[in-house]
Design a protein around this ligand. Structure first.
Ligand SMILES: Nc1ncnc2c1ncn2[C@@H]1O[C@H](COP(=O)(O)OP(=O)(O)OP(=O)(O)O)[C@@H](O)[C@H]1O
Ligand SMILES: [Mg+2]
Length: 233
């Protein structure tokens, strides 16, 4: 177990955001979180990371070596792509930083500053930065949202490779059911605000062997869609 949340409640003034959330994240596990816009997913990640306190409940973390890809990229505007990635783990050899940059498709943009990049390119740069930081626990808040379908699939493959190599734990927030189906060992579906856990799905197939068209994933996808429709009716 890397993080254990027990009975988390959070409100902003009169707005109740999280209601009685309990969950465990195991070592080597990818936990995906799906939920409607504004239900409290980013708030939950902020509480898990320790950036924000819950009103009620407890968070037990066995590591503080946390990587965080925020919903909005938080690149340092005065550093280049190369420098933004390098500075979080200064010991990484230059050639490995260049390899990371090539892997996320930003070859040739090493010396550009964030304002010279598109939204999707900035997002990929923050993902590479997270990959360069040797975290034990990685939080990713809709990291692939500004990417086109092909890039998205490529980045999912990349993330699986990094995860298999580093065997860290990942919490991955997304609105895309297929991303959750390809990545998650567990997929949690949240209700509308105040967010509660509506259901947790377990996917036992190894990530590298998953096919979206398989019977198993199709069944889970249909169940998730049915649940989401039910939650909104
Ligand atoms: N700092 C804050 N002060 C007041 N209200 C906030 C604050 N941060 C978030 N909220 C409110 O909490 C609720 C949940 O916000 P949050 O950003 O966690 O949602 P989300 O599920 O991540 O949404 P999205 O999918 O759009 O990113 C929203 O109603 C938002 O207005
Ligand atoms: Mg959010």
């Amino acid at each position: 177990m890397i993080v254990k949340l027990e009975n988390i409640y959070k409100s902003y003034g009169s707005v109740d955001v999280l209601k009685d959330i309990s969950l465990n994240i195991e070592k080597d596990e990818i936990l995906c979180i799906l939920g409607p816009s504004g239900c409290g997913k980013s708030t939950l990640l902020n509480i898990i990371s320790g950036l924000l306190q819950s009103d009620v409940g407890s968070v037990n973390r066995i590591t503080d070596r946390i990587g965080y890809v925020f919903q909005e990229d938080r690149l340092l505007p005065w550093k280049t792509v190369y420098e933004n990635i390098k500075f979080v783990e200064d010991k990484t050899p230059q050639k490995d930083v260049y390899k990371l940059i090539a892997d996320i498709g930003l070859e040739g943009f090493e010396n550009c500053f964030p304002h010279e990049l598109s939204g999707g390119m900035r997002q990929r740069c923050s993902i590479a930065r997270a990959f360069n930081y040797h975290s034990e626990f990685l939080l990713m808040d809709e990291p692939f949202k500004s990417l086109d379908y092909t890039l998205r699939i490529k980045m999912i493959g990349q993330l699986i490779k990094v995860w298999e190599k580093t065997s860290n734990s990942i919490i991955f927030v997304t609105h895309e059911i297929d991303e959750a189906l390809l990545l998650g060992n567990k997929v949690i579906v949240l209700t509308n605000r105040p967010a509660q856990i509506a259901k947790t799905f377990e996917i036992k197939i190894k990530q590298s062997e998953r096919k979206l068209s398989s019977k198993n994933l199709t069944e889970i996808r249909n169940e998730i869609i049915g649940l989401m429709i039910e939650l909104n009716s």
